[in-house]
Design a protein around this ligand. Structure first.
Ligand code: PEP
Ligand code: MG
Length: 314
């Protein structure tokens, strides 16, 4: 029976009308890869690489990194695996990348900004990733966190290509990047919306602070509007737009995201089954109608209610 489970075909994510919506896993280390496959992940939409660097006094070398990336990619032959380069700073400070004395670290040298200031670390990581892809059959894609400008997008994608990465994209985590997503997607090969940070920066509410947790809600129409901008830019450019923040794990919000133009959803593997079941209940036209109802609402609570009512009216 074990073998049967291991070889059972993965049920792909799709809407009632057959529209494919790949359901991917968020992973924090290669250890979780086998379980993600068992839970139906069609690939990886966000591999967080911070764990390789945390507690280290210096960045791990190319060989050490390559071994970990190979272990991940080997679990997904023929499948898409999106790896995010190091997202240091803010809630994840690293001594060899970050200065310790920033008054507002969430607005400081984090993500791509920190990597640029420590470019040898980024070069080693991209080199290790390109070597790992060459050794395996997964379709590696690499993305950069905390992009705010087209210039940063160009910097990252050009360096990634120079070092042998075939597909390079960016995370949309700042309102700036969402508002100019058409231009960002003129340069990047794909976009992945990080709704945790996008919500934090849109609502100006620290994602780690309990006293403002009520504002940290991706259902807020301001956040949904920005996601809609990115979805529209993806449709115009013909480039994929994923979501890899916590929002993708909410079964009803997942429908709204697809209605806003999002083409794949990445989440904690344990959420995949419920999101898959939810998507099967709606056509693309339903999803768009449910998204419009949420967008038209006053706040996050009303958006959730309006989406639920629109979904029940199917
Ligand atoms: C996000 O910000 O939504 C995201 C996926 O990245 P992280 O949670 O690692 O910041
Ligand atoms: Mg983030």
């Amino acid at each position: 029976e074990r073998a049967a489970i291991a070889t059972a075909p993965i049920e792909p994510g799709r809407l009632a009308d057959g529209t494919a919506v790949p359901l991917l896993a968020n992973l924090g280390s290669a250890d979780g890869a086998a379980a993600a496959v068992r839970l139906g992940a069609e690939g990886v939409g966000l591999f967080r690489t911070e764990f390789l660097f945390l507690d280290a006094e210096r960045a791990p070398g190319i060989d050490e990194q390559r071994a970990e990336y190979v272990r991940l990619l080997e679990a997904f032959p023929g499948r898409k695996v999106v790896v995010r380069v190091l997202d240091a700073g803010a809630d994840k400070p690293l001594s060899f990348v970050n200065d310790d004395a920033e008054p507002n670290p969430a607005l400081g040298l984090r993500g791509i900004r920190a990597l640029r200031a420590a470019e040898p670390v980024l070069r080693d990581q991209l080199t290790a990733l390109a070597q790992a892809e060459a050794e395996t059959e997964a379709e590696l894609q690499v993305m950069a966190p905390m992009i705010a400008t087209v210039e940063e997008t160009r910097y990252f994608t050009e360096l990634a290509h120079e070092l042998g990465i075939r597909v390079a994209g960016v995370m949309i985590e700042t309102p700036a990047a969402a508002l100019i997503a058409d231009r960002v997607l003129g340069v990047a090969e794909f976009a992945s919306i990080g709704t945790n940070d996008l919500t934090q920066y849109t609502m100006a509410a620290d994602r780690l602070l309990g006293s403002v947790a009520a504002l940290q809600d991706p259902w807020h129409p301001a956040v949904l509007r920005l996601i809609g901008e990115v979805g529209a830019a993806g449709a115009t450019s013909g480039k994929p737009v994923g979501v890899c923040g916590e929002a993708a794990a909410d079964p009803l919000l997942a429908v709204v995201l697809v209605g806003l133009g999002v083409t794949s959803l990445s989440m904690s593997p344990s959420a995949i089954a419920d999101v898959r079941a939810s998507l099967r209940g709606y056509d693309l036209a339903d999803a768009a109608r449910i998204a419009r109802a949420a967008l038209a609402a006053e706040g996050a609570t009303e958006a959730r209610q309006a989406a639920r009512a629109a979904a029940e009216a199917r």
